[in-house]
Structures are given as structure tokens and as C-alpha cells.
Write a new protein. Structure first.
Ligand code: C5P
Length: 234
């Protein structure tokens, strides 16, 4: 499949039209940003790792009944996906307190949540992706009530499946962010699932195995991304 016009360039990915109007090509970049673009850098081969890891996880989820945009891995940095219309929502699922939740609620990082927490943010760089609730989503028509219900149920299902898969590889799934899109009128999982979008801690040592190494200048960034992929491929 040939790449045509670039539709979108984000912080970590480019999206291209193809000869098939129902398919896009996603190209994963090595660029890394944090804190809404304030911190910028590159992580060597991140694009390759995130492409391969997302492909592997989308395949797993699809097999377990979660519809995703993934079609096929094309090469090291590119995948073919369904041409979804992305809903402007970041869907965050949390099992353990970390990052912005720990800060907001004054919790120590690593405190287990009694129940899984789901948050929605409005995907809008100018506003800094503010947190919103189901009522806001409906009130400003970001998604319908039915779509929100489906997104919630898929997000919890993804959490259940990924938690199980990761722990088997010696990784604790602390939290993660999903994005959904609409394709043929149906809500499906889109975007990526990678160390950029998940917090993963080593199950034995609690070592951070994700983008927090870049955000917080913890070192061994490339090596850790590689290590996560190689564990998942075993
Ligand atoms: O920063 P915060 O603690 O809210 O992030 C929660 C989870 O969502 C983390 O796994 C983070 O990597 C992910 N996230 C993301 N993209 C954003 C915001 C958060 O992938 N724009």
C-alpha cells in the first residue's frame, strides 16, 4: 500500500492517506515530548519499538474481542490501520497512583487503587488537555452517551487483558491512556499502546520501564524501551 498525502503530524506519529480511502498508514517517530510539548527530545528507535509493541498488543486485544484500528504491520516504523475519525478524548485508566493523579490527590506514587479509576481528558493542546466528565462530553458533543458507555466498557476490558499479559512478562501496569475512533459508525480502539502511553513498572523492583524515564531524566531511556519490547516478544 502506497503512502499518499500526510493528513496529520503529531508529537510521536504521522498519519498518511493511502490508495484505499478506508485505510491509513501510521508512521511512528523517535521524537519525544512531555509536559504538553515543553520538554522535547528523541529516544533512539522509539518509533520502531512503539510500532512493534502497539501491533503486538492490538493483535492480542483484537483476538480477545476488543475491536481495534490495527490492520497489519508494514515495516519497522509503519502500520496499516482503519481510517478512523478520532474522538477528541484521552481515556486514562489507573490501577496504581502515579503521575498527575498522585499529585492531584496528594497520594504517594505506588499506592494501589481500591478500584480501577477511569478519567477522561479533552484532547486539546491549547487548553492543556483538561480533565472532563461524562456530562461535559455529552454537553459539548464530543461523543454520545452510548459511545461513552462503550468506551468505558472497552477501556476496562483492555485493562483486564493487558494487566494479565504484562504481569506474565514481569511488568506491572500502573496506568495508561487510550484513544478511540469511529469507523463505519462503530467505536473502535485506535492510536497506540506503548511505553509512551503506559506506565509499566518492573514487577520485582518497581523500576520505571516507561516514558517517565524521559520525563524525569532517569536515564537508560532507550535501553528500557528495548527491554520492554523484548520481554513482550518472549
Ligand atoms: O500524566 P498522567 O499521570 O495523567 O498520565 C496517566 C497515563 O496516561 C500515563 O501512563 C501517561 O503515559 C498517559 N498519558 C499519555 N498521553 C497524555 C497524557 C497521559 O499517554 N497526553
Amino acid at each position: 500500500m502506497k503512502k499518499l498525502e500526510m493528513l496529520y503530524e503529531g508529537k510521536a506519529k504521522k498519519v498518511f492517506k493511502t490508495e484505499d480511502e478506508k485505510k491509513y498508514i501510521v508512521e511512528y517517530k523517535d521524537d519525544a515530548t512531555a509536559f504538553n510539548g515543553l520538554k522535547k527530545g528523541t529516544i533512539g528507535d522509539k518509533g520502531v519499538i512503539n510500532n512493534k509493541m502497539s501491533a503486538l498488543l492490538f493483535k492480542l486485544l483484537e483476538e480477545k474481542g476488543v475491536p481495534t484500528h490495527f490492520e497489519e504491520l508494514l515495516n519497522d516504523r509503519e502500520m496499516l490501520v482503519k481510517a478512523v475519525e478520532i474522538l477528541p478524548l484521552e481515556v486514562i485508566v489507573r490501577n496504581v497512583a502515579a503521575g498527575s493523579l498522585a499529585k492531584r490527590l496528594g497520594l504517594e506514587e505506588g499506592v494501589e487503587m481500591k478500584t480501577t479509576v477511569l478519567e477522561f481528558c479533552y484532547k486539546n493542546d491549547d487548553l492543556g488537555d483538561p480533565m472532563i466528565n461524562d456530562d461535559h462530553i455529552e454537553a459539548i458533543a464530543l461523543a454520545t452517551k452510548e459511545q461513552v458507555a462503550l468506551i468505558r466498557s472497552y477501556a476496562f476490558q483492555v485493562n483486564h487483558l493487558l494487566k494479565e499479559f504484562f504481569i506474565d512478562k514481569g511488568l506491572k501496569l500502573i496506568d495508561f491512556k487510550l484513544e478511540f475512533g469511529v469507523y463505519d459508525g462503530k467505536v473502535i480502539l485506535a492510536d497506540e499502546i506503548s511505553p509512551d502511553t503506559c506506565r509499566l513498572w518492573d514487577a520485582e523492583t518497581n523500576k520505571k520501564m516507561d516514558k517517565d524515564r524521559f520525563r524525569r531524566d532517569l536515564g537508560e531511556v532507550e535501553e528500557t524501551y528495548q527491554e520492554v519490547l523484548s520481554r513482550l516478544q518472549k
